[in-house]
Design a protein around this ligand. Structure first.
Ligand code: AMP
Length: 442
């Protein structure tokens, strides 16, 4: 506690920190809180989970009056992160009684309009905030603090223009804090234009690399799901997150996990915001222990007790990989990231490793496991047939081995068993050989 006091934190925040039993400030908090409290602009290179919400929250809470005018605006890339940051700031400002309002799309504007009339602090995603600006339902004239949280992600998601418009709608006389895992050239340009001599700080992640084990299994495309089932049933785990690259794969995995009696829930951008929020709450409260997610929906989430991360698909981008694995091994806990690699993942896996040479992902012997049946619905099957037929000019692999008509042409039902994914299998051996030469031999 003493260390927190030395940073000059507000007594209201100190009480919350004491209730939460935080022992000492994290690296980012130590490095940034004094600068923030001095009122200087800041660019902080930090990952999610570094404790940055308390870092910028501390400055905002100390200097925000409870006057129902928007003193601080925090922009986040995703709706989930927006909710999470708003909840954290609300918690940290509990004894000061500040009104924190989360503003994001996918839910009714009217509710937000009502709450905005009372807000001291607003946490928002850029798109919905612009809607409110156009609608004249938000007044940014009193904003003294502007925070861009996970700025790199906002830029990746194409929010650059929106963010610029919002920044221009804020008073010039303000403090601007930019938090980002990486600082690209574009972000530097932005900071030159919109920030006043910002101080740059770099801090490492809250994830403890020594407590995080990373492994990969090399498996046939057609057996990936079976291996996942085997591992889920045999690995001792608490909360588990399984990442897929597409919404379709998320739905496929969830549906088939449920078939296998595993209580899994999906979270992706195709679901209503209400459903996404309920799903996250259920996972956070350990009511479900397997969450299957796309990157966007899970970005930046801080959920305690995630012991296992599975990459059912390997992401294309090394940054997404790092964000995925950062959901585990948090705050001193142990964690494991398990990559399920089939031929379709080799290219992504190579590029993830090439772009982040610090990743140490060890090859693990694939255990013996039973094959399980999987179900694919009509839509997926049709998508796949179309692609395969066009590429290969035949339907051979859909024929049953006994040379009777395929399930498809017999129009048997919506579901097709025992084929698990919709990716072409041609080129498998060549890809596999290249992969083995590259990774396994050294
Ligand atoms: P954040 O990076 O802000 O999302 O924070 C990640 C998690 O770490 C949150 O659950 C915080 O409540 C927690 N946290 C923040 N600062 C500390 C600290 N100094 N000691 C322990 N936990 C912390």
């Amino acid at each position: 506690m003493e260390k927190f006091k030395e940073l000059g934190l507000d007594e209201h925040v100190l009480r919350v920190i004491s209730n939460k039993k935080f022992e000492k400030p994290s690296e980012i908090q130590k490095k940034t809180i004094p600068i923030i409290l001095e009122g200087k602009d800041l660019i902080a290179g930090s990952e999610t989970g570094s404790g940055k919400t308390l870092a910028f929250g501390a400055g905002i809470i100390k200097n925000t009056k409870k006057d129902r005018k928007i003193n601080a605006l925090i922009l986040t890339p995703t709706r989930e992160l927006c909710e999470q940051v708003a909840r954290s700031i609300e918690e940290f400002s509990y004894y000061k009684g500040l009104e924190v309002v989360a503003v994001y799309g996918g839910v009714s504007m009217n509710n937000q309009i009502k709450k905005l009339t009372m807000a001291d602090i607003v946490v928002a995603t850029p798109g919905r905030l612009l809607d409110h600006l156009r609608n004249n339902s938000i007044d940014l004239d009193n904003v003294k603090f502007l925070v861009l949280d996970e700025a790199d992600r906002m830029w990746d998601m194409g929010f650059k223009e929106d963010v610029s418009k919002i920044v221009e709608a804020c008073p010039k006389d303000r403090q601007t804090l930019l938090f980002s895992a990486t600082i690209s050239r574009e972000l530097s340009e932005f900071s030159r234009k919109h920030m006043k001599s910002p101080i740059e700080i770099q801090a490492s992640s809250y994830v403890d690399a020594s407590k995080l084990k990373q492994i990969y299994y090399d498996v046939k495309d057609s057996e990936k799901f079976s291996l996942l089932i085997y591992l889920l049933k045999n690995e001792k785990a608490h909360l588990i997150m399984i990442f897929c690259n597409t919404r379709r794969n998320v739905d496929f995995v969830v549906k088939n996990l449920k078939e296998q009696g595993i209580n899994a829930q999906a979270i992706h951008g195709g679901m209503s915001q209400e459903k996404r929020n309920t799903t996250l709450k259920r996972f956070d409260n350990s009511k479900v222990n397997v969450l299957v997610a796309t990157d966007v929906a899970a970005r930046g989430l801080d959920i305690k007790g995630v012991s296992h991360i599975y990459n059912y698909d390997i992401p294309m981008d090394a940054r997404d990989y790092v964000h995925r694995i950062g959901r585990t091994a948090r705050a001193g806990a142990e964690g494991i990231a398990i990559n399920l690699l089939a031929s379709r993942d080799y290219d992504n896996f190579s590029s993830v490793q090439k772009n982040n040479r610090e990743l140490k992902i060890k090859n693990e012997m694939t255990p013996r496991f039973d094959k399980v049946f999987v179900k694919i619905n009509r839509e997926e099957r049709q998508g796949r047939s179309f692609r395969r037929d066009n590429r290969q000019g035949n339907k051979r692999s859909y024929q049953r081995k006994d040379n009777r008509n395929s399930y498809n042409s017999r129009g048997r039902n919506d579901e097709r068993k025992n084929r698990e994914d919709n990716f072409p299998r041609h080129g498998f051996n060549a890809k596999r050989k290249r992969f083995i030469n590259k990774f396994k031999k050294n």
